[in-house]
Design a protein around this ligand. Structure first.
Ligand code: HXC
Length: 514
């Protein structure tokens, strides 16, 4: 056959595969506001950058009538491309082909691109839209998931792994996204659950919609499984592109350096933080006043909002920010906020991203609920993550740093490289009111005017401890700085930490309080 004819034949074969599950299935997909798998890849990657592999892979199932079924691409598209010039490996499950269900060859395609991403040390993006294990393929499907989970684990901390949930992701399938670094969800499109509404109705007799059980909002606000929430697929792709600009290709690189810029917001830090320590403010305004172009890319914005985490740049370099949020629950630490911050610290540490901690917290959230939910175990994760991290670690104590919270929020004692405190910092075992009531209890009770004496004792305690100078006198705080000097001190600290090296004891791995 002449070459021209062979090329035509190739084109025809490709066209057939490009039809996915056919017009009807595509129309059904579109009717619920979803793009097709191929459209998603095109929308996410740089123009004309996508190169597809394994287009002609076919399934090998022979049971339950599968032998006569043609499943184009076996329901998943894999390939490589670029995002703002950065290389990425990608797979997208095609729900129009057998519900994007995962059979043996479908799994082999995914694991092939995962292996490729690991070999080439480039980020992996997985778009999930699937009915789960292909029922007709039995244990081969389960084996496929196992192979994926193993690779997710091996790739953890080596290459960035991003999961995008754009349809159902049910049963054991949820554990691949859960093992990856960042999970993106879209309102009214994403669904993640171990057991679906049908099972819940059968076993427990309870009715619940799939949105209320495991929709985008639930995973963004309640479970913390999702890191980014979007209203549409387009918005979600913009978020992924932005994330890619903040993170490195792999753990042996640094994130791309951008042109340094001054903060664009002219609001002064002094005007953001109220003098009265009991008055709240939005700590994100402080971050925006510090970072280049005032651009802060928040992670897990809607979950455990009493702590804020995310990326910003200082002098063009990506920095991971962790900040207590006085606007929510006075910025206390609890189970969820400890988990949220601890995981982010480990991410930054794995991928060479310096960490800046902004501290203003009255301590841990008291109560039976928290104790019984395991605040000891969860809180310990934060201590572990800060202590373990070897990237540059800088702390700014803005106002309150009480009790265990003072230690946990990257104190000198957990090996912060630099600890700066504003003159408004209050570093003590507990707040002045509580402290005075305990240590002067007998005197206060015996006094003629207990309230007057209590106020005097509170003031005495404040004068003695509720300031940064006792800690500065011991060297626990390196410099007491004016709030307006914070950016200058951070830039310098990052600059001089560029060659930071620390030794760690020889061990296979630690045993963190997972
Ligand atoms: C084979 C599947 C399938 C599956 C969907 N399809 N899921 N085929 N195995 N798991 C097929 C359907 O038969 C249908 O084929 C097509 O995909 C589209 O599915 P619909 O049901 O028409 O779509 P929709 O109404 O949108 O419902 C989507 C759905 C539903 C909610 C996901 O399909 C569903 O409940 N699927 C089964 C989910 C499930 O129980 N999966 C196993 C989970 S256990 P036709 O030919 O009619 O178009 C699991 C274990 C993993 O995953 C363990 C790992 C450790």
């Amino acid at each position: 056959m002449p070459l021209k004819k062979k090329i035509l034949e190739l084109k025809k074969k490709k066209e057939e595969v490009f039809q996915g599950g056919g017009e009807k299935a595509i129309a059904k997909q579109k009717a619920i506001g979803k793009l097709t798998a191929r459209e998603r890849i095109i929308a996410l990657l740089d123009e004309d950058s996508f190169h597809e592999y394994d287009l002609f892979v076919e399934h090998e199932a022979r049971d339950f009538g599968m032998e006569s079924k043609v499943l184009h691409g076996d329901g998943v598209i894999i390939g490589t491309g670029t995002i703002y010039g950065a290389p990425v490996a990608i797979f997208a499950q095609d729900f129009t082909v057998a519900g994007g269900s995962l059979g043996l060859m479908h799994a082999r395609k995914i694991t092939k691109i995962m292996d490729h991403a690991m070999k080439m040390r480039i980020p992996l993006i997985g778009i999930n839209d699937s009915g789960g294990a292909r029922i007709q393929e039995g244990v081969n499907s389960l084996a496929g998931y196992g192979e994926i989970f193993y690779r997710n684990t091996m790739a953890s901390g080596v290459i960035p792994q991003i999961s995008v949930i754009l349809g159902p992701c049910a049963g054991g399938a949820v554990y691949s996204p859960a093992l990856t670094d960042f999970v993106f969800v879209v309102d009214n499109i994403s669904n993640m659950f171990i057991t679906g509404p049908d099972v819940i109705k059968t076993v427990l007799g309870e009715e619940i919609s799939k949105e209320d059980l495991g929709g985008a909002r639930v995973h963004s606000e309640v479970t913390g499984n999702a890191h980014f929430y979007a209203k549409s697929e387009e918005e979600c792709f913009e978020q992924i592109k932005k994330l890619i600009t903040y993170i490195p290709w792999n753990n042996s690189r640094k994130a791309r350096r951008f042109e340094p810029k001054l903060p664009s917001k002219t609001i002064k830090i002094e005007d953001i933080v109220p003098d009265d320590p009991s008055k709240p403010y939005d700590v994100r305004d402080v971050i925006c006043a510090l970072v280049d172009d005032s651009e802060f890319f928040e992670v897990q914005e809607h979950w455990a909002a009493n702590i804020v985490i995310g990326f910003g740049r200082l002098n063009g370099e990506t920095i991971g920010f962790i900040a207590n949020q006085p606007l929510v629950l006075a910025g206390v630490l609890d189970c969820d906020s400890s988990d949220k911050a601890a995981r982010f610290i480990r991410y930054c540490d794995a991928f060479n991203i310096p960490i800046v901690t902004l501290e203003d917290l009255p301590g841990y959230l008291p109560g039976v609920d928290q104790e019984h939910a395991g605040v000891i175990r969860h809180g310990a994760k934060l201590l572990y993550a800060y202590s373990e991290a070897t990237v540059p670690k800088i702390t700014v104590i803005m106002r309150k740093a009480y009790g265990g919270g003072y230690i946990a929020m990257n104190s000198r004692h957990l090996r912060a490289d630099f600890v700066f405190a504003w003159p408004t910092a209050e570093i003590a075992v507990m707040g002045p009111e509580g402290a005075a009531n305990i240590i002067f209890r007998k005197e206060i009770m015996a006094a003629e005017d207990p309230d007057k004496l209590r106020q005097e004792k509170v003031q005495e305690y404040k004068d003695k401890f509720a300031n940064p100078y006792v800690a500065a006198a011991k060297g626990y705080v390196d410099s007491v700085i004016e709030p307006s000097e914070t950016r200058k001190f951070l830039l310098h600290a990052i600059e001089v930490s560029v060659n930071k090296e620390v030794d760690r004891p020889q061990r296979k791995h630690g045993v963190p309080p997972f």
